[in-house]
Design a protein around this ligand. Structure first.
Ligand SMILES: Cc1cc2nc3c(=O)[nH]c(=O)nc-3n(C[C@H](O)[C@H](O)[C@H](O)COP(=O)(O)O)c2cc1C
Ligand SMILES: [Mn+2]
Length: 483
């Protein structure tokens, strides 16, 4: 049975010893961050701040900050179970290309009935407010000292593609400017930004309707972060993850629907002709992302539960709970990637690489130049286009063992020969790139080099002790007086 809502998940976390209530008053300005940072780095529990300073509503944070909590959120023992479900739904034969395969998911869902379901009413409508409300009622965090203000950190931002009418749900941080307006930090390659551009090209001085849901069942919250192709509804994917459709309820003042179980819903619009300074914001790179111009979200109405729980997250020096979220995404999508590129044995993105900076890929190498082909494939694959450094190793290297990767890949390269540079889109948060959103990327071919690649010297074997000797020594080990 899927979690009905955020609070049912909170109860489960509590039962599992995975949640700590904090009854002391703590300030969502900086203090919550210092506590959360310590707890996340120690592998500690989710935190429910019952008395955030200046608000009557509790704040839940570090919800998915361990592998165990991610598994609890997805109701599995291991992420591999989700990966296996995905494998079982994807047709191996007919679709060409990864994107086509992903786009088949809606079709597949017809048999699974994961489509979101529209309902008339829901808990998010317990209180409907069209006047006299303010964002300041909520315990919205200022995460780090140099942040430009308070930021809503886990909003599910819902828009509709003005051309196709298809829904998008993305998590884009929102800087609070005043009681009823915020920034809308959708980065230029994200789907919300594309909806904005398309709407603007039609009527530059108009509005794009936006609804924002804060706090829902964990699979729905997670779905806003998933890198699914444009025009594939994240709520369908949420339904797939929770094995039950997400119930969506129409908004009061805009032509959009929101998860009925949401704790808080903000309805409003982004004016197409207005931009405003946003940031700085202490980001998941461990550095501040610089100020930039982004659209402004104006809240025209707010609905919430009688006793709403505000959901936030903390990004900052890694690892934070976004590492565990990202890791889940990596494991869930790996089978899809492998279907298109069966030569991929495994991939790894270490926490310190904050996802877009480093991907290690092990391949079963079959032809000259194969490692470079895989680099190109990754740079063309949805949000993997942002990967700044790709290291390709042979399939017998354990990519999850970073010591082994460093050792073996450094031994395997002649740098001038094996490094490939390309230029293209880079992550907006990359502060070292020559300009925002555009820069270079590097691939390191750390596979064994072949004669057919021009390498005519011999390649040495790795040192391994013979099994006979290992066995003989194991037998006498106890008598040697060694540990
Ligand atoms: C905690 C957190 C905060 C995020 N903040 C932003 C953000 O401010 N802007 C952005 O473009 N992406 C942000 N992301 C990443 C997007 O949610 C992610 O790329 C998602 O796939 C975007 O959805 P889309 O593909 O429908 O645009 C954030 C992710 C997490 C986990
Ligand atoms: Mn999307």
């Amino acid at each position: 049975m899927a979690y009905r809502d955020l609070r049912e998940f909170i109860r489960r976390l509590e039962k599992e010893g995975e949640l700590k209530r904090i009854s002391q008053e703590v300030d969502p300005v900086l203090e919550v961050s210092e506590i959360t940072d310590r707890v996340t780095k120690a592998g500690g529990p989710a935190l429910l701040f019952e008395k955030p300073k200046g608000s009557r509503h509790p704040l839940l944070i570090n919800m998915l900050g361990t592998k165990r909590r991610v598994n609890l959120a997805l109701e599995v023992n291991e992420l591999e179970e989700v990966a296996a479900r995905i494998r079982s739904y994807i047709d191996f034969q007919s679709p060409q290309g990864l994107m086509e395969k992903l786009k088949m998911l809606p079709k597949l869902a017809e048999i699974g009935a994961f489509f979101p379901k529209t309902v008339k009413d829901g808990p998010c409508k317990e209180v409907v407010r069209k006047n006299g409300f303010s964002l300041s009622e909520f315990p919205i965090q200022q995460c780090w000292p140099q942040d430009g203000g308070r930021f809503i950190t886990w909003p599910l931002v819902i828009t509709r593609n003005p051309e196709t009418g298809k829904r998008n749900v993305g998590v884009y941080r929102m800087q609070v400017y005043d009681d009823r307006s915020t920034g809308m930090h959708w980065q230029t390659q994200k789907h919300g930004a594309e909806h904005f551009r398309r709407a603007r090209s039609r009527h530059g001085d108009g509005k794009l309707e936006v609804a924002v849901a804060i706090g829902s069942d964990p699979a729905t919250c997670l779905a806003g972060i998933l890198p699914v192709p444009p025009d594939l509804d994240e709520m369908l994917f949420a339904g797939f993850l929770r094995k039950e459709p997400v119930e969506m309820v129409p908004c009061e003042t805009v032509d959009l629907e929101v998860p009925a179980n949401a704790e808080i819903v903000l309805e409003g619009y982004v004016s197409l002709g207005e931009m405003r300074r946003e940031g700085p914001f202490g980001d998941h790179t461990g550095f501040y992302s610089l100020e930039g111009d982004y659209p402004v979200f104006r809240v025209t109405s707010m609905t919430h539960r009688k006793d709403p729980i505000y959901l936030g997250t903390l990004v900052g020096p890694p690892p934070q709970d976004d590492y565990f979220i990202g890791h889940a995404i990596e494991r869930i999508f790996l089978p899809v990637m492998k279907m298109q590129y069966p030569e991929i044995a495994d991939i790894a993105m270490p926490a310190e690489g904050i996802f877009h900076n480093l991907m290690i890929v092990a391949i079963r190498k079959s032809y000259p130049g194969h490692a470079r082909k895989i680099m190109s494939a990754i740079w063309s694959l949805g949000q993997a286009m942002f990967t700044k450094v790709i290291v390709v190793v042979d399939h017998d290297v354990d990519v999850q063992n970073f010591r082994e990767v460093v050792w073996k890949s450094l031994c395997a390269i002649d740098p001038e020969r094996d490094i490939q540079f390309v230029k293209g889109p880079v992550d907006t948060l990359d502060h070292a790139a020559r300009m925002q959103d555009f820069g270079s990327k590097m691939g390191i071919d750390a596979t064994r080099k072949w004669p057919s690649e021009g390498f005519t010297r011999g390649w040495p074997d790795e040192i391994v002790m013979s099994p006979e000797v290992k066995g003989r020594i194991a037998a006498i080990w106890g008598s040697l007086g060694l540990k």
